[in-house]
Design a binder for this molecule. Structure first.
Ligand SMILES: [Zn+2]
Length: 375
């Protein structure tokens, strides 16, 4: 196996890990947050603005790019990096989650998940091999295996079947993924069940992937169930590989899962919420449409270097009330900057051996108690 990709564990503080995921396109500092560039763009922001938030790696969505503009078009435009102008590492998901959540599934069997495009209704067969083929054409640095995602809660036999299939599909992806310059991450499934999660983690760990994701969480379960599940899953993952919690989450979710050994996150929350006039701060989220901000001359945060915090809360509110496009742009930038700075401060706290106190102080600011498992 190639050593172009390597996870370096710099230190730990309790369950939290400080590390670097080395890739041919540069280092990814962990814990780290990956902004989501669904269609080859982090919505509303230029690539320089994204870089300024401290992100080392961004994410692209295989399902969306397969449909628009099409992976062959992306390849013809020089690949995803060249197309969107991002020189650093890019991670692409496998398309599995979107196929099962957006596509009209008409068949899942051992061979493939067959779905209809949510754009034009075209019938598309997504096999593990085709998912890898698309991700290779996009040219991402990290590809994800295709997994069989099911809606929870579901009968135990259905969860077990999907899990067993996901492991077989991961093995097929492992064989199909033959690009030296592209790492492959496996995805641990198993719902909220401790035994299934641990069994899945152990089986995938034995197959030697470059990284491991915890999937199937943040799909509507209480956050505490997510933390508990992460907590009993990560001890069964290799310590010398990065761990990525997919599609998570709130600032609180990030810190509670870092405490349980997670290194990487992605989520649309900073940009999606930003477009909807919600700004993250150390005192909890601010809803900028509220009248209370109308005459407020303060920035969102005094020490924030983002584009929004050059302006008053009153001006930002005005932009949203007037429907000006600058409002969503500025708040998207602020929120990604908030996440980026939160991750930098987290890395510093872990290095200083002060993560626990740092986490508890942040949680208190957001109005949360630290979560402690009862078992
Ligand atoms: Zn700001």
């Amino acid at each position: 196996m190639t050593r172009l990709f390597r996870y370096e564990l710099i230190g730990t503080d309790g369950g939290a890990r400080r590390g670097v995921f080395h890739t041919p396109r540069g280092p990814v500092r962990t814990p780290g947050f990956m902004p989501v560039g669904t269609l080859g763009t982090v919505k509303g922001l230029t690539i320089d603005q994204v870089a300024a938030t401290g992100a080392d790696m961004i994410l692209g969505n295989t399902y969306h790019l397969r449909l628009r503009p099409g992976h062959e078009t992306v390849a013809a435009l020089g690949g995803l990096h060249k197309m969107c102008g991002w020189d650093g590492p890019i991670l692409t998901d496998s398309g599995g989650f979107q196929v099962f959540s957006l596509g009209a599934i008409n068949k899942v069997n051992e061979h493939a998940a067959t779905f209809r495009s949510h754009i034009d209704g075209a019938k598309i067969e997504l096999t593990p091999e085709h998912s890898i083929e698309i991700q290779q054409a996009l040219g991402s640095d990290v590809a994800m295996v295709l997994d069989h995602v099911i809606a929870l809660p579901a009968p135990m036999t259905q969860v077990e079947d999907a899990l067993a299939r996901s492991i077989r599909w991961a093995a097929r992806c492992r064989i199909a993924a033959d690009r030296e310059d592209q790492a492959l991450f496996a995805i641990v499934q198993g719902g909220l069940d401790r035994t299934l999660r641990q069994q899945c983690a152990s089986e995938l760990a034995a197959m030697s992937f470059e990284g491991y994701a915890v999937g199937g969480l943040s799909v509507g379960e209480p956050p505490e169930d997510m933390y508990t599940t992460t907590g009993f899953t990560t001890p069964h993952l290799p310590a010398d590989k990065p761990r990525y919690l997919m599609g998570v989450g709130t600032p609180r979710d990030l810190l509670e899962n870092i405490a349980r050994g997670i290194d990487l996150f992605d989520c649309v929350m900073p940009t999606r919420n930003g477009r909807n006039a919600l700004a993250f701060t150390d005192e909890g989220p601010l809803k900028l449409r509220n009248a209370v901000h109308k005459l407020d001359t303060r920035p969102l945060m005094e020490d924030c270097p983002c584009l929004a915090c050059r302006h008053s809360r009153g001006y930002l509110r005005h932009l949203f009330v007037a429907g000006e496009m600058l409002g969503p742009i500025l708040l998207s930038h602020h929120n990604l900057m908030y996440y980026g700075r939160l991750m930098q401060a987290t890395r510093d706290a872990i290095e200083a051996g002060e993560f626990e106190a740092f986490k508890n102080a942040k949680l208190a600011g957001w109005g949360h108690e630290p979560f402690q498992e009862t078992v």
